[in-house]
Each structure stands twice: as structure tokens, then as C-alpha cells.
Design a protein around this ligand. Structure first.
Ligand code: SF4
Ligand code: SF4
Length: 329
């Protein structure tokens, strides 16, 4: 792509390599099955996808959770993690080992047949729920995620509140904001996180009597369906240039890829979920790619010296930065 070459390679922008710190977070992507098919989904998940964890990989992941006390957080994602194989066994292994458990939930799954027990199950296991609600206005959410998704999300949030979520200090409910996908070169970064959180809290309390803990703003990285959308609109290169023009070096220290391993449904290891979707595996200093089986064999999680990066990393380092836990600085 012609303008792509105008970008400074991300690596050259950094004053020092992105070294890996001690691993503390295990993010497991259980598969691509999802009851929704959102326009911005970087996983390209949907109801027709069939890829999901196998029993063999699940068993190895459980062994990993039991073996390494250094893992503090188990972060379950997908797809809708709840409908992919291994969800409850992994969650229960994490609970048995006193890990903090995060589930990235689309909320609407609780209304699908067979999943109505989830809110109570989450409360019983003191799961931290991080739920996508890309806007507090119905039309914007339904446009991005499908008709009726906003109303289901509101009902789900009210249900979680009734169980104590957003109020009990052990039942944390966080929301995620994504900007709308751009349709012209008038790009913008996510609004300032704490101001937007205040607006979300006021609106949701006033209109729906909903409370929650934190709002995370996440930049749309040009990966998966977002990349396809940008390419269709011929905005891919200019969007990357926009992100590069907002590069903020102080975000590098806090990037989520520094202390996490991201595992796919096949048991392959990546530095983050975006690299996973772009098939850019994590590598040891010898250039060897890793799997869960190799981590167990080596009896170590700390085999990676440097994070693998690509042009889309400008999305995580633009402005206040972006990660699965929101702004970075
Ligand atoms: S963004 Fe989340 S809820 Fe939407 S299709 Fe992707 S995985 Fe499913
Ligand atoms: S996409 Fe973001 S989290 Fe992933 S390697 Fe790049 S900077 Fe790190």
C-alpha cells in the first residue's frame, strides 16, 4: 500500500526495545464463537464461527494456572468467552488459585438459551466483568453491535446491579467505550477517559438507574473488522498516519503487552490479543515461537525478551494510550 511506507516503523519510534517484564497476566482467548457480530470486532467473531478451545489445550491451561503463582490475573476473552469450550473449568481453576478473574462479557449472552445462570455464577465467583457499551445512546450501540443490543445490555446491567455489581467492592463492573468507526478522514481519538466516565455515570444513573465502577476508553486498532472497514473506505493508511501523529512515548512503559501472555484457542502464545488476531506470535530470544505445552515443558512463563510490534501498535500509543484496561497515561 503506497502511503503505508510513509509511516515510521513502530520500532524506530521507540527509544528502547519493548522488553517483556515478569508475566503477571494470562489472557486466554477461548475462541471466535459469539452471539453477536459487531462491526468493529477485531476478532471477527460471530455466531457462524466454530473455532474454540479443545479439551487438550484447556487441560494444559488449567495446569498452567495451578503451576504458576506469579499469574495474578486470568483474563477470559473471545468471541463471547462464555459460549466457548472450557469457560467454566478455566474460571473455576482461576478461583481455586485465588487469581483475579476478568471476563470480557458482551452482556447480551445472558439472554441466550442456556446462559441465564451467568450473572449469579459471576457474582458467586466474584468475577470482574468488563463489558462493552460503546455509547450510552441506543442508536449508536445498535448500529455497531446489532439491533436490540442496547436494550439487552441495559437489562443485563440492571440485573448485575441487583446482584450487587457496581456497589459491592468484590463485584466490579467496568464498561468499555469504543469510538464509532471513522467514515471520513476526520479522525479523532477517544475522549478523555475520566470526563467520559462522569458523563456515562450520570446518563446511565438518571435514565436507567444503573451504576458501574470504571469506564475504559479503547482506541479502535486497525485490526480485524476495523481494518476491513478502513480498507473499504480507503482510510486505512491515513488512519495509521493519524495514530502515528499522536504517538505518545510515555505510554510505552504501561502497555499491556509488557507483562501479559495472550493465548489462542490452539494454545499458541502471543504478546497481546491484537498480535494474536494478526498472527504475529511471541518469540523467544532464539526466534522460537511458543505454545502452552512449551511453557509447561520449560517450567517458565518468562521466555520472551522483547514484544513483537507492528504498525497497529500506534493505536495503543496514541494520545493517552489504550489497552484492555483503558487509557494508559
Ligand atoms: S466485539 Fe465482542 S461481542 Fe462483538 S462480535 Fe466481537 S467478540 Fe462478539
Ligand atoms: S498492539 Fe498494543 S498491546 Fe499489542 S504489541 Fe502492539 S503495543 Fe503492545
Amino acid at each position: 500500500m503506497q502511503t503505508k511506507s510513509l509511516l515510521t516503523p513502530f520500532k524506530n519510534k521507540l527509544s528502547s526495545p519493548l522488553n517483556k517484564k515478569e508475566i503477571r497476566v494470562l489472557q486466554i482467548n477461548l475462541g471466535k464463537r459469539c452471539n453477536l457480530a459487531c462491526t468493529h470486532c477485531h476478532v471477527e467473531a460471530g455466531p457462524k464461527r466454530t473455532e474454540e478451545l479443545s479439551s487438550e489445550v484447556c487441560a494444559k491451561l488449567i495446569e498452567l494456572i495451578y503451576r504458576f503463582p506469579q499469574i495474578q490475573i486470568i483474563d477470559l476473552t473471545g468471541g463471547a468467552p462464555e459460549i466457548n469450550y472450557g469457560f467454566k473449568p478455566l474460571l473455576e481453576a482461576a478461583k481455586a488459585n485465588n487469581k483475579q478473574i476478568i471476563v470480557r462479557s458482551n452482556l447480551t449472552i445472558y439472554f441466550e438459551d442456556g446462559f441465564g445462570d451467568l450473572p449469579t455464577y459471576f457474582a458467586q465467583h466474584q468475577v470482574r466483568i468488563i463489558a462493552s457499551l460503546p455509547c450510552y445512546l441506543a442508536d449508536n450501540v445498535d448500529q455497531m453491535r446489532g439491533t436490540g443490543v442496547f436494550n439487552s445490555s441495559i437489562k443485563a446491567l440492571q440485573w448485575l446491579n441487583q446482584l450487587g455489581y457496581g456497589q459491592d467492592p468484590n463485584l466490579i463492573l467496568d464498561l468499555v467505550y469504543n469510538p464509532q468507526l471513522p467514515t471520513s478522514e476526520k479522525f479523532s481519538l477517544a475522549p478523555e477517559q475520566s470526563n467520559l466516565e462522569r458523563d456515562y455515570k450520570m446518563f446511565l444513573q438518571e435514565h436507567f438507574d444503573i451504576v458501574f465502577n470504571n469506564l475504559y476508553t479503547i482506541t479502535n486498532l486497525p485490526v480485524g473488522r476495523t481494518q476491513m472497514h478502513l480498507e473499504r473506505k480507503k482510510l486505512y493508511s491515513s488512519y495509521l498516519q493519524f495514530l502515528e501523529s499522536h504517538f505518545n512515548p510515555s505510554t510505552a512503559e504501561h502497555l499491556m503487552c509488557r507483562d501479559e501472555l495472550s493465548i489462542d484457542y490452539l494454545g499458541n502464545v502471543y504478546d497481546c490479543d491484537f498480535n494474536q488476531m494478526m498472527n504475529l506470535p511471541a518469540k523467544t530470544h532464539n526466534g522460537e515461537v511458543l505454545t502452552v505445552a512449551k511453557l509447561l515443558e520449560a517450567d517458565s512463563l518468562d521466555l520472551i525478551d522483547e514484544v513483537q510490534t507492528a504498525a497497529y501498535c500506534y493505536g495503543c500509543t496514541a494520545g493517552c494510550g489504550s489497552s484492555c484496561g483503558g487509557a494508559l497515561v
